[in-house]
Design a protein around this ligand. Sequence first.
Ligand code: PGA
Length: 266
Amino acid sequence: MVKYINSERRDREPFIVGNWKMNNTQEEAIQLASNLVRMVKSQKVRVAVTPSFTTLSAVGNIISSSRIELGAQNMNPEVSGAHTGEISSAMLIDLGVTVVIVGHSERRHLYGEGDLLIKRKVKAAFAAGLDVILCVGETLSDRKAGEAKKVVGSQLRKALCDCNPSCFGLMTVAYEPVWAIGTGLAASVMDAQEMHVEIRQIIGELVGPEIANGIVIQYGGSVNANNALSLIKNEHIDGLLVGGASLSAPSFGKIVDAAESSIFHH
Ligand code: PGA
């Protein structure tokens, strides 16, 4: 087996994403985005926010003067047509979206998205030129049964099996254990590290070590301003996908600062 353990973290730009989920009216989103533009100053960390579809346009206008990128929480794999209630890649790109979350555990577990649909979304997003944040993660019962790596490996392989290797440069993987999301119970640094190494190994098997070593692997699940540094300074944790703590500009700003200071640990 090839070892990726020594892959150079410093070659990968830290990537911090605030996933606002189903929160914020237009006015609230504008306020939050304006505060973020003031507080997020890092030149060395890649930063994006994923507001609700209804506030993408307003937030996009505000962050366009900053380095913060506009992301979406989901998209439909079809280009257009009879898909009531759905949003296409072209609609997102039209609003300035550059990155889309695919396969978030809330999509998988609350809305029944399966591996096949997720694979189609990944392919469609790449085809449209969007960057993809592909979320994977096991449930508590998977972990208790000793199946965490098997479940995450299967989610990854099924989502990526048909992808052209040239698309992998547009991909970030977010490891988000379901039991850690919104629970206040983040994974330990060691548990996250172990899974991140596994994820890079699997991507290496799919597309070779060189591409695998360049892929940013984020951790997500109860990240906050207090635990961000200990997570991100680990050489295998390249970024963070932040839910609840991204709804406050000061706490999200501190998480970005933690990522910036982690650069000096490497
Ligand atoms: P959380 O959510 O930070 O609120 O746990 C993370 C996510 O779902 O991306």
